[in-house]
Design a protein around this ligand. Structure first.
Ligand code: NAD
Ligand code: MG
Length: 371
């Protein structure tokens, strides 16, 4: 078991990581269940998959403490993170009579977590919520840090709020049912932590990544705890991404986002897969600038390929060129005039924000990669 504090004055909380934690929900979340019982059900949000797979165990655990759950269920997929989805969920919360002291429980991946987090940020001007992330991506990334959002016609995650959860409960055993492709996509974000800030963790992943992907409990718990500890530290230093610290978490994301946009945010490329490709590109571009060696760029690429993640954009069969990909980057939330802050590497295990990147040079670099 690992307990990792997220140290934010007045909004601090714990991330608890333990196999079998779901069965101990009433004990693990006791402070946030106090207002329920005596006819008041605990509000839970899940998607149809997480409801089917994990609601029965949670209901049994709650029943043993005379508690009942009430469920709001969404269809799996990004569509739930919409104005319509938000309206339905907030209407449901208001109908239940949720107060600012209450906590809503989010059981699912990043979609459920982001939707619930944003709904709770605005319901009665802010009620509490508990994250119970069930994908590797949500367990190592989206459930911690307080970024919440929905998607709109203009793009992904453009409407949202910073709203921290009160508790994050991570049960790595639920990853047993996660489809392998989703597991690999989450693993890309795990590799990201090694590459951006922890050379020893990156080396550990090179040696033990296969065990993590095979869901061996000890390796998995170590990978999740190390990832969350780094995210918690960075979020505590720079909660709202104003000081170039939290931005480090975007390693691979500027390139990756352009690839997601080019493939229409479709199943062709999951977010984690786009980030994997984005990290390869960031490493190679850093090598092109002479900031890391070609050998180190090859090492980063090899770790990504070894995980079964895509590592060559030429293999995507995109029909357009580097300039078209750069065009997507110009719409980035972080775009500043004609340049864009890029997350590059000074070493494997040390990312930094480069502000002198010429987008024309990026387009030329991408043309080479696409060929
Ligand atoms: P997801 O929530 O769509 O889940 C992926 C799929 O896995 C779904 O079909 C889901 O039903 C299924 N699933 C979930 N848990 C399962 C389990 N244990 N067993 C079997 N199937 C399971 O995807 P995701 O990758 O978790 O999250 C992606 C979302 O997270 C995106 O909307 C992204 O914008 C957001 N995100 C947010 C942050 C943040 O800081 N808030 C960070 C990264 C990503
Ligand atoms: Mg990401």
């Amino acid at each position: 078991m690992a307990v990792i504090p997220v140290a934010l004055a007045g909004r601090g909380y714990e991330v608890v990581i333990e196999g079998g934690l779901l069965d101990r929900l009433p004990q693990a979340a006791a402070p946030f269940l106090k207002g329920y019982g005596n006819g008041r059900a605990v509000p839970f949000v899940a998607d149809t998959n997480t409801r089917r797979l994990y609601a029965p165990a949670m209901e049994r655990a709650l029943a043993a403490h005379n508690l009942k759950a009430e469920w709001f269920i969404v269809e799996p997929g990004e569509d739930a993170k919409s104005w319509r989805g938000l309206e339905k969920l907030t209407d449901w919360l208001l109908a239940l009579g949720v107060t600012r002291k209450d906590h809503v429980f989010a059981l699912g991946g990043g979609v459920v977590g982001d939707l619930v987090g944003f709904a709770c940020a605005i319901t009665k001007r802010g009620c509490g919520f508990v994250q119970i992330p069930t994908t590797l991506l949500a367990q190592v990334d989206s459930s911690v840090g307080g970024k919440t959002a929905i998607n709109t016609a203009a793009g992904k995650n453009l409407i949202g709020a910073f709203h921290q959860p009160s508790l994050v409960l991570i049960d790595p055993l639920v990853l047993a049912t996660l489809p392998p492709r989703e597991m690999r996509a989450g693993y890309a974000e795990v590799l990201k932590y090694g590459l951006l800030g922890d050379a020893a963790f990156f080396a550990w992943l090179e040696a033990n990544g296969d065990k993590v992907l095979a869901r061996e409990p000890a390796a998995l718990e170590h990978a999740i705890a190390t990832s969350i500890a780094m995210k918690a530290r960075i979020v505590a230093e720079d909660e709202r991404e104003t000081a170039d610290r939290r931005a480090l978490l975007n390693l691979g994301h500027t390139f990756g986002h352009a690839l997601e946009a080019e493939t229409g945010f479709s199943q062709a490329l999951l977010h984690g897969e786009a980030v994997a490709l984005g990290m390869v590109l960031a490493a190679r571009y850093s090598a092109r600038r002479g900031e890391i060696s070609q050998e180190d760029a090859a090492r980063a690429t090899a770790a990504i390929a070894a995980a079964g993640l895509p590592s060559e954009i030429a293999a995507l069969g995109l029909s357009r060129d580097g300039a078209a990909l750069v065009e997507h980057m110009r719409h980035d939330k972080k775009a500043e005039g004609t340049t864009l802050p890029f997350l590059l590497l000074k070493a494997l295990g040390e990312a930094y924000v480069a502000r002198d990147v010429d987008l024309a040079d990026i387009a030329a670099f991408l043309d080479g990669e696409l060929a």
